[in-house]
Design a protein. Structure first.
Length: 195
C-alpha cells in the first residue's frame, strides 16, 4: 500500500464554563452546557406552553405572600461544581435566591424543578438532566410532566439523599408538591390542552 493520507480525527470542541456563560449572556437563543459541550435548546409545542402557563399561574397564586416563588424557564440553574448549566421549564426557590455571580442570571438553590416532557426531550429530561439536577443540594423535588397524556413522574429526595419516584396518573387526579405543601388537580395542570 502506498502512503495513504488519513484525515485527522475530529477534535472534541470543549469550551470552559466561563466561555459558555460569556457567549450565553449575549446569545439570541438559549443553550445548555454539559461538561464542556454546548447544546442548543429547541422550541416547545402549544400543549407544552399551556402546561407551563398553568403551572406558573396556579403555583404563583398559591405562593403569593409566602417565602417561596415560582420562576419561568428563563432562569438558568447550575450544579455546585459549575460544570453544568440548564434551563428548567419552571422552578421554585424558597428564601433568598442564591446566584452564581453579579450577573444575577444563574440560580444555585432551587427547591423544586419542573420539566415538561415532549417526544424530543423525554429521554434527556429523565436521564441526563435528572442526573445533574440530583447534584444540586437544595433540590427536594423533580417533577416531570408529560405533554402528550395525563402522566406525571415525581422524584423526591429522602433524608439519606436517596431519591424515590412517584407516578401520578389521571386516576389519582391530584399532585402534591411537598416542599411547599401544595396540592392541586391534574385538571388545573392540563387545563386548555384537550388532555
Amino acid at each position: 500500500m502506498e502512503n495513504e493520507v488519513k484525515e485527522p480525527a475530529p477534535k472534541y470542541n470543549y469550551i470552559s464554563p466561563e466561555e459558555y456563560l460569556e457567549k450565553e449572556r449575549t446569545a439570541e437563543y438559549k443553550n445548555e452546557y454539559y461538561h464542556g459541550q454546548v447544546l442548543a435548546m429547541s422550541g416547545a409545542s402549544l400543549k407544552h406552553n399551556i402546561i407551563d402557563r398553568n403551572l406558573l399561574s396556579n403555583i404563583g397564586s398559591f405562593l403569593k405572600g409566602k417565602d417561596c416563588q415560582v420562576l419561568p424557564g428563563n432562569m438558568r440553574v447550575s450544579t455546585p461544581t459549575h460544570d453544568t448549566y440548564m434551563y428548567p421549564d419552571a422552578l421554585i426557590v424558597c428564601g433568598d435566591p442564591l446566584l452564581e455571580d453579579d450577573k444575577f442570571d444563574t440560580l444555585l438553590n432551587p427547591v423544586v424543578i419542573f420539566e415538561i416532557l415532549s417526544p424530543s426531550t423525554r429521554s434527556i429530561d429523565k436521564g441526563r438532566k435528572f442526573f445533574f439536577y440530583q447534584q444540586i443540594p437544595s433540590l427536594k423535588e423533580y417533577i416531570m410532566i408529560d405533554s402528550l397524556k395525563r402522566f406525571i413522574h415525581i422524584a423526591r429526595k429522602q433524608s439519606d439523599n436517596s431519591w424515590i419516584m412517584e407516578t401520578i396518573t389521571d386516576e389519582q387526579s391530584h399532585i402534591t408538591i411537598v416542599a411547599i405543601n401544595y396540592t392541586f388537580s391534574l385538571d388545573l395542570i392540563y387545563e386548555g390542552t384537550g388532555l
